[in-house]
Design a protein around this ligand. Structure first.
Ligand SMILES: C[S@@+](CC[C@H](N)C(=O)[O-])C[C@H]1O[C@@H](n2cnc3c(N)ncnc32)[C@H](O)[C@@H]1O
Length: 244
């Protein structure tokens, strides 16, 4: 099982079996490594990993950028995530938190990152104002989220192969331009980058194939990705800075 890639040198250092044990969606470290190219993460910064899942991204943030991480997630028991952090020898604070009721002081974080989770809670118009209240002036926000090459609103329908697997929840999958406008128009942040990953569909497919092989049964998204052939599906990487 080879998950090493020249374009993801930092991620390539991590054990594929361990990553697959943490599996909750497409390769989280590839997404984060690419997203981090558009962020300025400096040692000692306080970073919220929102929707951190089983914790792979929090381990990566700590080890690769020397930042201090709070890993907040709703579905995964923080005890499980804390055990991962202990085994990996990283000092990360794990907590159960709902994205609309975060237990932090205002302006606490230098950066907030969110890998493959923002689509579950972040598309409502008011959410950016709430989330950025936890950022210091000048703080950064970065998300990697499943995306479409065309807006479903413009298509007028959810493509059948996507609807079959994701159902109505696909309406939270947007283009990078949608995200740029949605954030920029508020003037709450300056959008520093909003792009669709060129390799997004291919990376996602690779992960689904490897995960299927490892688990001995097709990954839930495999059929959808094979049918898509990169026509609609990829990931959006969006970063912004709070004025300050
Ligand atoms: C697809 S998983 C991704 C996990 C991890 N970031 C990764 O890439 O491996 C989505 C995560 O979003 C979290 N999530 C979904 N809705 C949430 C909410 N309302 N508040 C906090 N976390 C939420 C879930 O707990 C889940 O772990």
């Amino acid at each position: 099982m080879d998950l090493t890639r020249d374009e993801y040198p930092r991620s390539s250092k991590y054990d594929a079996e361990w990553l697959l044990d943490c599996d909750m969606g497409p390769h989280p470290l590839w997404l984060l490594e690419d997203l981090a190219r558009d962020l300025d993460l400096q040692p000692g910064m306080r970073v919220l990993d929102l929707g951190s899942g089983k914790g792979a991204t929090s381990v990566f943030l700590t080890k690769e950028y020397g930042v201090r991480v709070w890993a907040a997630d709703l579905w995964v028991d923080p005890t499980e995530a804390a055990a991962t952090f202990a085994r990996q020898g990283v000092d990360v604070t794990a907590l159960k938190a709902e994205a609309h009721a975060l237990p932090f002081a205002r302006e606490f974080f230098d950066a907030i990152v969110c890998i493959d989770a923002y689509e579950y809670f972040g598309t409502a118009d008011g959410y950016l104002a709430y989330l950025t209240s936890f950022l210091k002036p000048g703080g950064q926000l970065g998300i990697a989220t499943p995306a479409m090459t065309a807006e479903i609103r413009d298509l007028g329908y959810i493509p059948e192969h996507i609807k079959k697997v994701v159902g109505w929840e696909a309406i939270a999958w947007h283009t990078a331009d949608w995200w740029r406008f949605h954030w920029e128009v508020t003037e709450l942040v300056e959008v520093t980058s909003a792009r669709l990953q060129e390799s997004g569909w291919r990376d996602w497919l690779t992960w689904a194939q490897v995960s299927s092989e490892r688990n001995g049964k097709p990954d839930a998204s495999l059929e959808m990705l094979e049918a898509d052939q990169g026509e609609y599906l990829t990931f959006a990487l969006v970063t912004a800075r709070k004025p300050g």
